[in-house]
Design a protein around this ligand. Structure first.
Ligand code: EPZ
Length: 426
């Protein structure tokens, strides 16, 4: 099992290219199910989760073709074509590896009138039910059956009529499934309290490019008028705001300065505001965002929230950086019930953190020391890498497959800005 070895203590300086967004790619890929024409997605990140999703699409009968040489910009495109769907069942052995597979439920139902997906089950950060996905589809006219660990959705007359649904809790995935189900309905669907993440804007923009009719894009009230059919498109995945935010924390924790090339400031104002409050200078350049440390880090009080609030996917990374701030920081994780798995490992590196339920107090310390640590989930793994970059001595992060799910060419990108980091097989 691979691990990442780091020798900490170097100020990181330079430019890091930001890849396509994992959480946009994972909702754009299933859109191929909505048409029998070719869908080409550019700027697709080279990530384990993207490859897993492509494999799932192949299982359903969707052909996928990857192009894009390993040129200077590493950009990759994938062309998908669902002109011959062989199965409407997403099997357990694939879904258990990647819960985002649930995002085939809506588009497959819209295209084929039925869709069966293994229930994803929970994961390290929480129970992560899919009840809101199912309620939204039912409100649009779907019949839902749960049996033997699978959920089967079907449209009684072959096509969903559409309908209105108000989400009691903001849910990114449930909003995505509902939007993808609504675009081929016979009537109108209105979604209230819909998630507004930039990845959902990217999804809506792609669907409109494919011929869908969606009003209110970017707001929590989406109005979708179903159309007879959608055509193919050639679309570029948005840049990854969480990857960009993670590397901004690398500048902060090492006292360095990193330009996040390709990052889109409008997607990450809550992140850049928090970086500024922690004492970092953020400059919007022609190429992206430059983040520079200016001395000691200032403590923060952060509460995670749905977009445009502070993203839960940045909580672990900020906690690492704030472990070295002057004073006490307060974090509240309002989205997931178990997203402090990085805390025990950070403590082993000398961080002084107390947690109680969804709250954490981070008492700033002078420095961290390297250690062998265990990754538990994607963003927790990144928080350990960040701590290792700043720590005195050597750090080895085990179970690095978690990192490969969401960070493309991590050690290459960090080495390019001066980090002493390498991947070790074993
Ligand atoms: C998406 O997960 C992201 N994943 C997550 O990123 C991200 O943390 C999350 O949104 C919140 O922003 C992808 O986009 C692939 P939710 P998702 O539905 O859709 C509860 C990463 O690190 N809920 O917005 O699963 C749920 O338990 C990953 O890149 C229900 O109760 O998140 C959670 O408490 C981690 N019932 C809250 O809503 C449901 O049916 C928000 O979950 C669905 C969700």
């Amino acid at each position: 099992m691979d691990s990442i070895w780091i020798k900490g203590g170097t100020r990181l300086e330079g430019r890091i290219p930001i890849s396509g967004a994992k959480n946009a790619a994972l909702t754009l890929i299933p859109c191929a199910l909505l048409t029998d024409e070719e869908l080409t997605l550019g700027n697709l990140p080279r990530l384990a989760d993207v490859d897993s999703f492509a494999h799932l699409m192949n299982e359903l009968g969707v052909t996928t073709k990857v192009s894009g040489k390993r040129g200077a910009d590493h950009k990759r495109a994938m062309t998908l074509k669902a002109d011959h769907i062989e199965s409407t069942v997403a099997p357990y052995e694939l879904v258990r590896k990647m819960r985002a597979s649930i995002l085939v439920l809506g588009p497959m139902l819209a295209r084929m009138g039925e869709s069966t997906v293994s229930l994803p089950g929970g994961c390290a950060i929480g129970d992560r039910p899919i009840d809101l996905h199912l309620r939204a589809l039912e409100a649009m006219g779907a019949e839902i059956e749960l049996a033997a660990g699978y959920v089967k959705a079907s449209a009684p007359k072959g096509r969903l009529p559409g309908g209105d649904y108000s989400f009691p809790v903001v849910s990114v995935g449930a909003t995505e499934n509902a939007v993808m189900a609504a675009v081929l309905a016979t009537g109108r669907t209105q979604l209230f309290n819909a998630a507004r993440e930039p990845e959902i804007v990217d999804l809506c923009n792609l669907l409109v490019a494919m011929g869908a009719r969606i009003e209110g894009i970017g707001t929590s009230h989406l109005v979708i008028d179903g159309v007879e059919g959608l055509h193919g498109a050639d679309y570029e995945v948005m840049p990854d705001r969480i990857e960009a935010g993670s590397y901004a924390c690398a500048a902060g924790i090492t006292g360095g300065s990193i330009e996040l090339v390709g990052a889109r400031p409008g997607d990450m104002l809550a992140i850049t505001n928090a970086l500024a409050a922690a004492g970092l200078v953020t400059e919007f350049t022609d190429d992206g965002i430059k983040v520079s440390a200016t001395g000691k880090l200032k403590p923060l009080a952060i509460s995670t929230a749905p977009y445009p609030g502070f993203p839960t996917d940045m909580q672990a990374q900020f906690m690492s950086m704030l472990a070295l701030a002057e004073g006490e920081s307060y974090l509240e994780e309002t989205i997931f019930e178990n997203r402090y798995m990085h805390v025990p490992e950070l403590r082993r590196m000398g961080a002084n953190i107390d947690t109680r339920g969804r709250s954490a107090i981070v008492h700033g310390v002078e420095g961290l020391t390297g250690a062998q640590v265990m990754a538990t989930d994607l963003r927790a793994s990144m928080s350990l890498v960040l701590a290792g970059l700043a720590a005195e001595g050597e750090t080895e992060v085990l179970r690095v497959y978690h990192l490969d799910r969401g960070y493309e060419r991590l050690e290459e990108k960090l080495s390019a800005v001066g980090a002493t980091i390498e991947r070790r097989g074993g």
